[in-house]
Design a protein around this ligand. Structure first.
Ligand code: NAD
Ligand code: LMR
Length: 329
């Protein structure tokens, strides 16, 4: 085992996702069995007592890869020297809250956290935003951290990516391992576009393998895009273990890279590729190598896909305009 622990910050650590995520990270699921991890856990003051209980449970697991745990309510202390920042804690939408209220409340969280990361994080910090609205929260954090390269900020659309793989595998009755090159375009919201036209199943084009445009349009896309709401309806709470698992998948891919011939979906700052307005944090197909992601280039986008990508990107632009009006970016 190497001797210097990698510092991983998790915000909202006493929440539902945190309860699954922390144990996965501590057991080596993010950085492997040979890398010791120091967890740096941020919560709001009233949740620190509950977080102390979670830390007792982490201690009780005696994980060989867990070197140390620090908790606190001050981001400039908790983020000190962190190599990975998993920003999960966010303000959920409450009764009577409009989208703008949610963006304002979350701006109050992600602007100071972006500033704190800028001030104290390690030079190689990589930031993953899971807390909703994830894409725009990532934009807020990024905009408040001018000294951190923009390519080190990302938002989670890996859960949507995994959901799309699982739905397609079930429809075609194949193992998930047969599916490559899945793409989620746009926002982590109901407007997202899961794309089967560039996806492959056992080396064959997925849309052709399905051979049913009606299913693709009226079942597959809405099932994936509205899966979060379906889970809230069924469970009475939003997805947590699957969101934690996808957060691990996302951050691990960022470290380990993508397999040859495959890609993943990550929400990253657009450079204008595929007509997505530069500067928006939007989901793209990306390959990762040596800790750096690159948007897959040269995919043909037909009219069907174009309209769906444009609709989701428009929503991102509206969210960007709303947080700009609030002077959060
Ligand atoms: P939760 O309410 O159980 O936990 C959130 C935690 O964040 C709470 O413990 C709260 O005290 C904490 N928190 C609030 N403000 C904070 C701050 N300023 N600093 C640090 N911590 C703070 O929620 P959850 O189920 O764990 O979900 C967390 C977020 O993840 C939500 O926004 C949810 O919508 C989102 N989510 C995203 C995806 C995705 O795929 N991107 C999937 C599922 C859930
Ligand atoms: C999910 O995709 O499961 C969540 O983002 C849903 C939500 O609104 O919390």
């Amino acid at each position: 085992m190497s001797s210097t622990p990698v510092k991983v910050a998790v915000t909202g650590a006493a929440g539902q996702i945190g309860y699954s995520l922390l144990f996965r990270i501590a057991s080596g699921a993010l950085l492997g069995p040979d890398t010791p991890v120091e967890l740096r856990l941020l919560e709001i003051t009233p949740a620190l007592k509950a977080l102390e209980g979670v830390v007792m449970e982490l201690d009780d697991c005696a994980f060989p890869t867990l070197a140390k745990v620090e908790i606190g309510d001050d981001p400039t202390v908790v983020f000190d020297g962190v190599n990975h920042a998993l920003l999960v804690g966010a303000r959920p939408r409450g009764p009577g809250m409009e989208r703008g209220d949610l963006l304002e409340a979350n701006g109050g969280i992600f602007a100071p956290q972006g500033k704190a990361l800028n001030e104290v994080a390690a030079d190689d910090v990589r930031v993953t935003v899971t807390g909703n609205p994830a894409n725009t929260n990532a934009l807020i954090a990024m905009s408040n951290a001018p000294d951190i390269p923009t390519e080190r900020f990302s938002a989670l659309t890996r859960l949507d990516h995994n959901r799309a793989i699982s739905q397609l595998a079930a429809r075609l009755e194949v193992p998930v391992t047969e599916i490559r090159r899945m793409t989620i375009w746009g926002n982590h919201s109901a407007t997202q576009y899961p794309d089967l036209f560039h996806c492959e199943v056992g080396g064959r084009n997925a849309a052709e393998a399905v051979g049913d445009q009606e299913w693709l349009e009226n079942t597959f896309i809405p099932t994936v895009a509205k899966r979060g709401a379906a889970i809230i309806d069924a469970r009475g709470a939003s997805s947590a273990a699957s969101a934690a698992s996808a957060t691990i998948d996302h951050a691990r891919t960022w470290v380990e890279g993508t397999p040859d011939g495959d890609w993943v979906s990550m929400s990253v700052r657009s450079d204008g590729s595929y007509g997505v307005e530069e500067g928006l944090v939007s989901s793209f197909p990306v390959t990762v190598s040596g800790g750096r992601w690159e948007v897959v280039q040269g995919l043909d986008i037909d009219d069907f896909s174009r309209a769906r990508i444009d609709a989701s990107v428009k929503e991102l632009a509206d969210e960007r305009d709303a947080v700009k009006a609030l002077e959060l970016i």
